[in-house]
Ligand binder design. Structure first.
Ligand SMILES: *[C@@H]1O[C@H](CO)[C@@H](O)[C@H](O)[C@H]1NC(C)=O
Ligand SMILES: *[C@@H]1O[C@H](CO)[C@@H](O)[C@H](O)[C@H]1NC(C)=O
Length: 418
């Protein structure tokens, strides 16, 4: 962890309440952020929290920068939806993780249904990226250049891009993005690559493919759509984060974190397990210096994507549907506060601020007296499922995971018992 004198100074001011982004920065991270979407911005109570830069220092547009909206027909570009969110972030002084350029889903049919030669599809990708990344040049901290190129069995996902170009579409996209905005960090982004397994191994290969093609790849984005009680161990999460750094990218980030209940309503003990799971993910990021931040996939259960995609599931976020902070919020803020305090204390002799002042002001009273939830209910002891994004929709196998069960495919997402 790196020490940030500026952050420590802010945190040391008595009366300044410590919120998630502020604490993350104090712990040496670049941001704690949230995805958002256009339709939610008319909700004033929602917007007041999203706007709070002590809470969220970074925003990701949930949909507006996807191909279906930005180039709905060939050569016709529209940035209205994306601009609304990028302009909001700019007005607030929040970083933007721009999302996403080449993805098999939410792709207009003029692309997905065309019969393209390699040259034609290469040109289509290059034109799309040059236009979109050019439009947002200088405004994106990073771009998710390629999203979800690997399916859940760990092989390359069939898509128009892969079918026509093989894996070449990946470096083609990275080269085009680098040319259009040399300052933006370029990411490969995917789910179920947060823990060891076939998909993680393939994601390392993606990094290698881009590098061997002579293109720049700065980061790997780990989406982290998890299920309560099924999160991998902290050491596995940390080792996997580190493996991408060892493969040669300069940073990693949890980009779409949410931890959902696979059945509702959530019980009190379930909410404590969720808090433990969020702590585990936060600690994994804290343990790797190059993990620059955490983005949750919206912050309130009111606007989560989960219930519409995985019917019957949800309650995945840090704030409930009424904008009350859940036990998971307290757990994340407590873990971040402990790290921020630890960093400051360790370097207290080098700064004017007494460490005791920092320590007492940085930790909210409520979190100081709330012990981290016991870990006695840790999941995945035996061959338990680690179903992540794929865990609900489309699953037609047994209710209890049988290791090695086959995949089903429905509505863009595989379900697999891992
Ligand atoms: C949110 O921030 C934007 C941009 O700074 C501002 O125009 C808007 O009034 C804010 N809304 C609320 C509810 O805080
Ligand atoms: C949110 O508020 C409504 C109305 O008061 C209530 O029925 C609901 O249970 C609340 N939700 C939660 C998660 O507490």
């Amino acid at each position: 962890m790196r020490f940030s004198a500026a952050a420590a100074a802010v945190l040391a001011i008595p009366g300044v309440s410590a919120n998630l982004h502020q604490l993350a920065v104090g712990a040496g991270k670049k941001f704690f952020g949230s995805a958002t979407d256009n339709g939610e911005l008319s909700d004033a109570a929602y917007l007041a929290i999203l706007n709070d830069t002590k809470e969220f220092g970074q925003i990701t547009p949930g949909n507006g920068q996807k191909w279906q909206f930005t180039e709905p027909s060939q050569g016709s570009f529209s940035y209205t939806a994306g601009d609304q969110i990028v302009n909001l972030a700019k007005a607030n002084g929040q970083l933007v993780r721009c999302h996403t350029l080449v993805w098999h889903s939410q792709l207009p049919s003029w692309v997905s249904s065309g019969s393209w030669t390699k040259d034609q599809l290469t040109s289509i990708i290059q034109t799309h990226i040059a236009n979109e990344v050019g439009h947002y040049k200088g405004q994106c901290y990073s771009w998710d250049v390629v999203n979800e190129a690997i399916d859940d069995s760990g092989v390359y996902r069939t898509s128009v891009f892969y079918n026509v170009l093989g894996t070449d579409f990946i470096p083609i996209a990275f080269k085009a993005a680098a040319a259009a905005d040399p300052a933006a960090k370029l990411y490969y982004n995917d789910y179920n690559i947060e823990y060891s397994g076939a998909k993680h191994t393939r994601a390392l290969e993606v990094v290698d493919i881009v590098q061997k093609a002579g293109a720049r790849i700065d980061g790997v984005g780990l989406q982290a759509h998890f299920i309560v009680g099924s999160v991998a161990s902290q050491s596995d999460l940390t080792n996997v984060l580190q493996s991408y750094i060892d493969a040669g990218v300069s940073e990693v980030s949890y980009t779409e974190l949410d931890i959902r209940f696979s059945s509702l309503p959530a019980s009190a003990s379930g909410l404590q397990q969720q808090a433990t799971d969020y702590s585990t993910v936060t600690k994994a990021c804290l343990a790797v210096a190059e993990c620059i931040g955490i983005t949750i996939w919206d912050f309130t259960d009111k606007y989560s994507w989960i219930p519409s995609t995985f019917p019957g599931q949800g309650a995945a976020l840090l704030y409930d549907e009424n904008f009350s902070k859940k036990p998971a919020w307290t757990a994340v803020s407590s873990v971040l506060a402990a790290a921020a305090t630890g960093v400051a204390t360790a370097t207290a002799t080098t700064i004017a601020t007494p460490s005791t002042t920092l320590a007492t002001s940085v930790v909210p009273t409520s979190t100081k007296t709330t012990a981290a939830p016991a870990t006695s209910t840790t999941a995945s002891s035996s061959a338990a499922a680690r179903w992540a994004q794929c865990g609900g929709k489309g699953w037609t196998g047994p209710t209890t995971c049988v290791s090695g069960s086959t995949c089903t495919y429905q509505n863009d997402y595989y379900s697999q018992c891992l």
